[in-house]
Write a protein that binds this ligand. Sequence first.
Ligand SMILES: [Fe+2]
Length: 324
Amino acid sequence: MSIGLERCFLFDAVEDSYPVTGITGTIPEALRGTYYVNGPARFRRGDLCYKHWLDGDGMVCSVRFGADGAHFTNRFVQTRKLQEEDAAGRFLYRGFGTAFPGDRLRQDIMLEPPVNVSVYPFAGSVLAFGEQTLPYALDPVTLETRGEYDFNGKLNQISPFAAHAKIDPVSGNMLNFGISYSANQPMANVYEFDPDGNQIRRRRYRLRYPHSNHDFGVTPDHAIFFLSPLLMDFGKFWGGVSVMESLCWQPELGSRILIAPRGPKAEAFEVMAGQGYCLHLINCFEQGKRMVIDILELESPVYPEYQTIPTCSPRSVPAGRCAT
Ligand SMILES: [Fe+2]
């Protein structure tokens, strides 16, 4: 591992806001607007260091390009988890890859999220997303946290809500999904909200297995899921181990593509799709009666490659290929 990568986990991130200086040349006039990125930024408190890249508390960074130059801002997402742990001076909640004695969960059933995965401008705010939970709304300029965003009261603290929402480029609607991990009947929930955050519809689709799913695709008429045979065992999780330790890779079950109509009438259907693993889709679109789904397919899951901090080294990531 290089020293540079190791430093990502060992420094104390500080919040700041300043003009970017030292720019050589001229920022093109066509380049106007703000670039946002979210990612994990705090991995240690006291004697406890998180084990996994996905454990760290979310910090959003922005670079705003205007006629007066570029301006950088970064702030932690002021989650309930962060505020309680700041007050306590130690980690209190279980992480994605780190469980510890006495760790806490949200309502004793799910992670209290670090909100460290993604960020999307929407409905007058910037929404920072974690995995399987409501996003937090931030001020688009200062990045100050406004609070948990519940889509005008439609969702709640335990609504399943994934981290890679999609914006419909025509309507401006936001679509997202969330997996309900019922032991008897896991379901994929698909939500659609108008540009003001009002829920237009929520549909539920039965799943054969409790798939751990991180991303999905959207076309004008469908939501598409590549359901890899990486299954979440909540029995293990509630027994005290991390999410990482609760995931079970079962390639013998095969992978499936679930095609779920966005509209209210048509039924969903599945297509078997080998035994590969897909963390992120690349693109989905429809050409007449033909649907094209582009994915990055790996031989097996990659989550184990991102531990144990700070000596993890994602050099053994399994071979991947673009598949259509
Ligand atoms: Fe992702």
